[in-house]
Design a protein around this ligand. Structure first.
Ligand SMILES: [Zn+2]
Length: 446
């Protein structure tokens, strides 16, 4: 595999174990890994000049529903709370086909890549009209991102007291069978893996307790991770107490849904005891600040989580509830929200970037990603700070205070994904045109 030398960066924020920051430094990549960091490095491979740039680890997105990038800003869902929002969107999603799944994933992943993301999870929990998990896996392969797709599911429809319409739910036996199929076909547990599959029933209000328990047993048997939505807002807590007679933390614990192989999205409403449970068990959290704002869910207690030793990563969440998918902007939002609640010293720009890089990588069980250090994977974002966003900045390395919201270059496993602000491996204009045509088609059928 060719070697790449990134040379003379103004700053390298390594996010390594001692959070080193280097000035006027170089980074050498070979065979998908980082082989050298320092000054005056030599290489026979391609040289990329990085003067005027800040270099960071690629950002990690721990929660998304890529298919939702086809249902942005849908009238009727623009101003609703979570449950009403879902009920507006379910019938539209029920018309999706494999083409919709591929196109939306391609555009969603490209948007993430342009915003510095090198590794993304995805939570696909509905499979209408022949859609399959591999529709999104193929999109990630085309875009070039490291991918952690999760086989989601819904099994309790409206007629059984659940939230989704009956036409969008699957039989539990069929769900478990397909979970086995996709893990066996696509999960790669190697350190350089470009695709690790997880299992992810949608939420406590759309699957049975039994499916939660069975899924956890299956995931542990297969050695894959578990993911779901938890404690997102007050409606969610009320549902848990009414239907299960307990809070979400207790529900998760009873069903085997805590541990270092589990991460929960949102957790806006976790109480102190639930945070202690998650810290004690190594359970991860995907914090989704924009989505929580957009749906009026509240502000997740990220300061308290971090202080209590919880593992926290960042997620843009689906594009029906953000509606953007810009991960570095999401990191800024994370920083700002903690300051709204706890004061200006509650979270620094560097800490928010840490959550967005090594924090997310650790949540996804990928400690070989999310930091720039010898032997780690060569997932690198290069930010041009010579433009207007950072003009006049005294500390361009404080990217989240004054810096660009798109990358100049992005490498995943040492391979170029973005160069000079453009997607390298496919024609983005074509993909956007196809995405818009599919969205118009869905709109026309309303
Ligand atoms: Zn979500």
């Amino acid at each position: 595999m060719p070697e790449i030398l990134i040379r003379n960066a103004d700053h390298i924020l390594t996010m390594d174990d001692s959070r080193r920051e280097l000035s006027g430094a170089d980074l050498r990549l070979r065979d998908g890994a980082i082989v050298e960091i320092g000054s005056g490095l030599q290489s026979a491979g391609e040289v990329i000049e990085a003067a005027g740039c800040v270099v960071t680890p690629g950002l990690v997105n721990t929660h998304h529903h890529l298919f939702q990038s086809l249902t942005r800003a849908v009238p009727g869902a623009q101003d609703a709370l979570l449950f009403g929002w879902l009920k507006t969107l379910y019938p539209i999603w029920a018309r999706f086909t494999p083409d919709h799944m591929f196109a939306s994933a391609q555009v969603g992943l490209a948007e993430l890549a342009l915003s510095g993301c090198t590794l993304s999870a995805d939570h696909l929990y509905l499979y209408p009209n022949g859609a399959r998990l591999e529709d999104t896996i193929e999109a990630a392969r085309v875009v070039g991102l490291r991918f952690q797709p999760t086989r989601g599911s819904m099994s309790i429809g409206e007629s059984a007291g659940g939230l989704p319409p009956d036409m969008l739910v699957e039989r539990e036996a069929a769900i478990l069978e397909d979970c086995i199929r996709v893990v066996d076909a696509f999960h790669d547990s190697s350190e350089a893996s470009m695709c690790r599959v997880g299992l992810a029933p949608c939420s406590p209000f759309s699957v049975s307790r039994d499916l939660m328990r069975q899924t956890a047993l299956l995931a542990r048997d297969k050695g894959v991770m578990l993911h779901t939505h938890l404690a997102e807002n007050d409606e969610d807590i009320a549902y848990s107490q009414e239907m299960f007679g307990c809070r979400p933390g207790q529900y998760a614990q009873d069903l085997g849904w805590v541990g270092p192989d589990v991460w929960h999205a949102h957790c806006v409403k976790l109480d102190a005891a639930e945070m202690a449970l998650f810290a004690r068990t190594g359970t991860g959290v995907a914090h989704c600040p924009c989505s929580n704002c957009r749906l009026g869910s509240g502000v997740a207690p990220v300061r308290a989580m971090r202080d209590g030793g919880l593992r926290v990563g960042l997620g843009v969440d689906g594009s029906a509830s953000n509606d953007a998918g810009n991960l570095v902007a999401e990191a800024r939002q994370c920083m700002l929200l903690q300051r709204v609640v706890s004061g200006a010293d509650a979270m620094s720009a560097r800490e928010a970037l840490e959550i967005a890089t090594r924090g997310g990588a650790d949540v996804l069980g990928r400690p070989e990603c999310g930091r720039l250090a010898m032997g780690k994977r060569a997932d690198v974002a290069i930010w041009d700070v010579s433009g207007i966003e950072a003009a006049g900045s005294w500390d361009p390395a404080a990217l989240l205070l004054a810096g660009p919201t798109t990358v100049r270059d992005l490498f995943v496993e040492g391979q170029p994904v973005v160069r000079d602000g453009q997607m390298v491996r496919f024609d983005l204009a074509d993909a956007i045109a196809r995405q818009n045509a599919l969205a118009r088609g869905l709109q026309a059928e309303m």
